[in-house]
Design a protein around this ligand. Sequence first.
Ligand SMILES: NC(=O)c1ccc[n+]([C@@H]2O[C@H](COP(=O)([O-])OP(=O)(O)OC[C@H]3O[C@@H](n4cnc5c(N)ncnc54)[C@H](O)[C@@H]3O)[C@@H](O)[C@H]2O)c1
Length: 265
Amino acid sequence: MPGLANHVALITGGGGEIGSAIALRLAQEGAAVMLGDLQLDKAEATRDKIAAMGGRAESVQLDVASPESCEAAVNATISSLGKLTTLVNVAATITPDGTVETLSFEQWNAAISVNLSGVFLMCKYSVPHLRRVGGGTIINIASQLGHIGVQYRSPYCTTKAGLIFFTKILAQDHAFDNIRVNSISPGFILTERSSKRVGGKDKARKINGPRHLLNRPGEPEEIAAGAAFLASDDASFITGTDLLIDGGYVTFKGRMLPDGITKMI
Ligand SMILES: NC(=O)c1ccc[n+]([C@@H]2O[C@H](COP(=O)([O-])OP(=O)(O)OC[C@H]3O[C@@H](n4cnc5c(N)ncnc54)[C@H](O)[C@@H]3O)[C@@H](O)[C@H]2O)c1
C-alpha cells in the first residue's frame, strides 16, 4: 500500500510551483488531491498532470483572503473526494518591499490577509472535517525568512514568522482531536516567483545559492518530500514543530574560503 493511500489532501496554492510539486508527490503516494488556487488554470494544469499519471485530483478556484471562498473549497473537497484528512497551506501573495514610511496600509493588510488570515480561515473550515474522520494533518508552508528577517521585507517576514507561531498554537488547540499541525520553512527554492526578484533562475542560482550551507538553492520536490513525510504515519509523533528544509540557510553565517578567510554572507 502506498504511504498516503486513503488520504485526501486539500492544497492551497496548488497551481504554484511548490504547491504543485507537493500535490504530485502526495498523489504519487496514493492520496486524492484537491488543488485550490487563485489562478484556476494553473490548478487545473496540476490536476491534469496527476490524472495523466493515474492519480485522483480535482481543482477549485480559491481566494484564501475570502472566508466564503475558503469554506467553499473545503466543501468542494468533501463533496467531490468524500472527506478531508490533510490540509496543506501553500498559497502566499507577492509582497512589496519597503519601510513603514513607504508601504501603504493596504499593502500591509494584503500581506496579512493572504499569508496569515488565509491560513487561519482554511484551518477554521477544515478542522471540523479533520476531527470527523478521527484526526488528520495540517502543514503550513512558512519560510526561512520567518526565522531570519531581511531588510525592507517586513510584510513577508512578519507573516511567515507569525505562521510558524500560529502553527504551534494550533497544534496545542487540536492535539486532543488527533490533528497534527506542523510548518515547513523552505530555504531559497528555485521557482519563477522567487527568482524574479534577482532577475531569473540563472542569477538566482549564483546569488542565492552561496547563502546556503549546501551552496545551492533548493528544488520544489525537496519541499514536497518533507510535506509527504509530515502527512504520513512516519511522522505520527511530530506536531507543533517547524521543519527547516533550507540547505542550512538559517544555520549559515559565513563560508570559509580556501585562503582561510571567512566570508560573511
Ligand atoms: N520559492 C521560495 O524560495 C520560497 C521560500 C520560502 C517559502 N516559500 C513559500 O512557498 C510557497 C509557494 O511559493 P512558490 O515559490 O511555489 O510560489 P508560486 O507563486 O509558484 O505559488 C504560489 C501560488 O499561490 C497562489 N495564490 C496567491 N494568492 C492566493 C490567494 N489569495 N488564494 C489562493 N491562492 C493564491 C498563486 O496563484 C500561486 O499559484 C509560498 O507560501 C512561499 O511564501 C517559497
